[in-house]
Design a protein around this ligand. Sequence first.
Ligand code: HEM
Length: 419
Amino acid sequence: MADSGSTVTPPSDAVTVPLTPPVADWSTDYDIFDAEYITDPYPIWADMRDECPVAHTDRWGGSFLPTRYEDVVAMARLVPVLSSRDPIVVRPPESQQVLGGGGYHTVNAPPISADPPVHTWSRRLILPAFSPHAVEEHATYTRTLARRLVEGFVADRRVDGAQQYAQQIPPRVIAHLLGVDEGRADEFTDWVRGVLEIGLSNPAVRAASREKIFNFFRGEVADRRANPKDDLISDLMSAEIDGEPVSDEHIVGTCNLMLVAGIDTTWSSIGSALWHLASHPDDRRRLAEDPGLIPNAVEEFLRAYSPVTMARVVSEDTEYNGCPMHVGDKVLLNFPAANRDPEMFEDPDVVDIDRLRNRHIAFGVGIHRCAGSNLARMEMVVALEEFLARIPDFRLEDPSAVTWAGGQVRGPRRLPLEF
Ligand code: HEM
């Protein structure tokens, strides 16, 4: 029997975001940092879909929020009218905006921050590093890491599944892939949370964290100019586009993206999957007894607990289904809500690990579709396989102690488990 995804709901104060005034009307005043929105957004999206499928708010710099699958897909394809020049869901202060052709830019993170034509070649540059074959080469490393982590806490009969397990895997895998010091994984984690989580409501933290990431990769690139290595950063440095080398600052921006895109997203997904299994014993038992079911379950976890919402900036005045949008307005591509749309998915709020028709867009859709999806899937599958192999029976130690982050990337940040 499949369980409902909303039968176990954490308390509304269990979030790691600032308190904001209560929402008066979700269609005209939504708040992506509202505690209720972060812990249990599904009923809110269901109401929005019925009442106002493209909602608007003035909060956090103002934005539009589509909740229907069809609209999210259509808007993701409106390139470059909806531009990727600022893909972060909260507009930064003017001091962090760089004025350029057609509006402001905030972040150098190609291809995610670029529109065509730069997007096209900057994406082509990184795709080989994420092919199924390339990813397979990181699977053994990931498995050994996951096994070592589990061995480190299995005797304690309790663990924080978010902090001691989910959060430990992606920063090391990305460091391993890029060829940088895995021993600095905790720093990478702090920097990425500074950009995508804490920094969303604290521009000073966001700027400082970004500065640390850029300085780190500037150092790594300079180091390789002097001593080339056999790793991804060196490969990017020796690549050519139309016979021309790629600038160091472009490579630094792309490395910044890989760190930021590859860490918070994947650990949030591993954490949400563990949260689901800890609170849905039938699913946990089935996956522990038959690990062959894990890849299909992972697709369902990605659909039902999609972590990522991305932003676009309107680059020319336009209208979407009668809704006027003006230059500079933000649109939040709500992939998580699209994946709960009943027009697209049968019983969308039922988390069914056997679901077969599952064309979810947790990895986005269109030209910016996640370049790292093979890697993310591998990490999720290996992380769950190794956890369940040693700890087939586990549960939430105290459901009220679970905390969630949200906004750009949603997932558990404290997840005490006992076994
Ligand atoms: C479960 C984990 C992950 C999820 C849910 C996820 C989700 C997404 C989404 C929704 C996008 C589309 C962005 C947009 O439309 O603006 C995206 C893009 C991207 N992701 Fe992921 N991602 C995950 C893991 C990873 C990993 C491990 C990497 C590896 C570094 C990665 C690298 C990228 C890159 C490079 C892009 C930009 C592609 C482009 O702009 O052409 N992601 N991801």
